[in-house]
Design a binder for this molecule. Structure first.
Ligand code: SF4
Length: 490
């Protein structure tokens, strides 16, 4: 291949140290968001905006790879989308095809070498890939590939795909990708980019979301994203979800759907509905907002409480609190306000201020809380540290009683399908009863929604993954994975 046709990497950034985690955000963290455009004159700009809309899925790094039909261009950087790209850098990503990625590290640490999309030159041209999910047999495949001579430059599962495609004996790139997919196990929503195509794939169980859209009035311009909220911002419209096990190829001949990896019983992540996805998104045909409100209604039916006001922990628990208040015929009010500040501070006053981190993000509205029996609705409790601070904040504002209601069951198990979770020992519900957790967070009462209540509200008793609540993992562990779990104390 002529040198001029090889991958162009803009402004290779210097090695960046890992950024510190936010200790006052006691949630599981979504892993990544993917976005792709085919056939649009402003593919890089559209992808930039699409990634903006997916920023809640990952804030550690962002990247865009484009193709002008002959050459592939890449730029990746640490930080939020708005910090990762300048106008000049976007202008230097030409072409009508683009894929992009926002990342919160799961497999692989927080470092520029793990930012995506990964883009490489190999014997048949240039190839880029970005991934939302985790592979359960990545270690085995990596070892096998390294023994065959592959050299890995990142710590991510995603790079395994690149090497598997590169060593495939198939000819057409979609066949090489299908060949690679036949080797992997786990959760993956993937976007591949070649000089002339985008290939979108969702794993056989559809664990992570992926959906298709189109630009109105332009039948040739297609978009693919983790969530359809990314379409609204750019004026594209939602067409449908990519089905579990489906591979969608978009090139100059249009859009084709093939099923090279088969389909297993669907197990979409129920936590996408509970917390991860944006409430204005629709996943597999269900409105996330409607599901969250239904979770709140179910919670009120299962665990009513004599109280004066229902207060959400903003922003994610707002729809569930609205549902709880409506079902229990109690007033809903914003007794906690989230600061408009987005991000973190690395400066703490030298004089210690108690609960400083939480106070940066949340503040109590005293007139709503003083003298009241308050129901605080939250979507989940991971370690319990933030809930404890929230209860204290509400009491300090004058609440007479504080009752916590959680719109999902206790999270007792780690996730291995692309979500950043602590080890089992760090999950408070894995070693403490509900009453013990109530005492720890200092609530007058604490109740969780049941598993059946959650699955009924989400509309998928049989089609949802609920392993972090139940320990019932849909994908069997490999021997290497089991060894890793033992080492992690799981
Ligand atoms: S284990 Fe939990 S967070 Fe992970 S995919 Fe399943 S439901 Fe989602």
């Amino acid at each position: 291949m002529p040198t001029s046709r090889r991958l162009v990497v803009l402004d290779p950034p210097p090695a960046t140290p890992a950024s510190p985690r936010d200790d006052d955000d006691d949630h599981f963290h979504d892993q990544c968001g993917v976005f792709g455009v085919f056939g649009h004159a402003e593919a890089a700009n559209m992808t930039y905006l699409g990634l903006h809309a997916l920023q809640h899925r990952g804030q550690e790094s962002a990247g865009i790879v484009t193709s002008d039909g002959e050459q592939v261009y890449a730029h990746r950087a640490m930080g939020l989308v708005q910090d990762a790209f300048t106008q000049d850098q976007l202008a230097r990503l030409p072409g009508r095809i683009a894929i992009g990625h926002v990342r919160y590290s799961t497999a692989g640490g927080s470092h520029i070498k793990n930012a995506q999309p990964i883009a490489v030159d190999y014997a048949r041209g240039s190839l880029a890939v970005c991934h939302n999910g985790n592979l359960t047999n990545a270690e085995e495949l990596r070892t096998e590939l390294e023994e065959r001579g592959s050299i890995f430059v990142s710590d991510t599962d995603t790079e395994v795909f690149v090497h598997l495609v590169a060593v495939s004996k198939e000819v057409a790139v979609e066949d090489r990708i299908a060949d690679a997919l036949s080797r992997v196990r786990g959760a993956y929503s993937l976007l591949f980019l070649t000089e002339g195509a985008i290939v979108a794939v969702r794993d056989p169980m559809g664990i992570r979301p992926l959906c298709l859209g189109a630009f109105r009035g332009d039948g040739d311009a297609h978009v693919v994203a983790s969530e359809p909220c990314a379409f609204d911002l750019i004026g594209a419209e939602y067409v449908r979800d990519v089905e579990p096990g489906e591979m969608v190829i978009i090139d100059r001949n249009g859009l084709r759907s093939v099923r090279p990896i088969g389909r297993a019983p669907q197990r979409t992540c129920v936590f996408e509905y509970v917390y991860f996805a944006r409430p204005d998104s629709k996943l597999d045909g269900r409105s996330v907002y409607d599901v969250r409100r239904a979770l709140g209604r179910a919670l009120a039916k299962e665990h009513p409480v004599d109280a004066d006001v229902v207060v959400p922990v903003p922003d994610s628990a707002v729809p569930a609190a609205i549902g709880y208040a409506a079902e229990s015929r109690l007033p809903f009010d914003m007794g906690l306000i989230r600061s408009g500040y987005v991000g973190r501070t690395f400066i703490e006053p030298q004089q210690s201020i108690r609960h400083f981190g939480v106070r940066l993000k949340l503040s109590a509205v005293e007139p709503v809380l003083r003298g009241k029996r308050v129901v605080i609705v939250e979507d989940s409790i991971v370690r319990g540290t933030t809930s404890r601070k929230v209860v204290k904040m509400v009491r300090d504002a004058g609440a007479r009683e504080v009752h916590m209601r959680i719109s999902s069951p206790p999270t007792q198990w780690p996730c291995y399908y692309g979500i950043d979770t602590p080890t089992r020992g760090e999950l408070i519900a894995s070693s403490h009863s509900v009453d013990e957790i109530a005492r720890y967070v200092t609530a007058d009462s604490l109740r969780y929604l049941s598993r059946d209540g959650m699955l009924d509200a989400a509309g998928g008793q049989k089609s949802m993954c609920h392993a972090c609540f139940s320990g019932e993992y849909a994908i069997p562990f490999t021997p290497t994975h089991k060894r890793q779990l033992r080492l992690m104390g799981v």
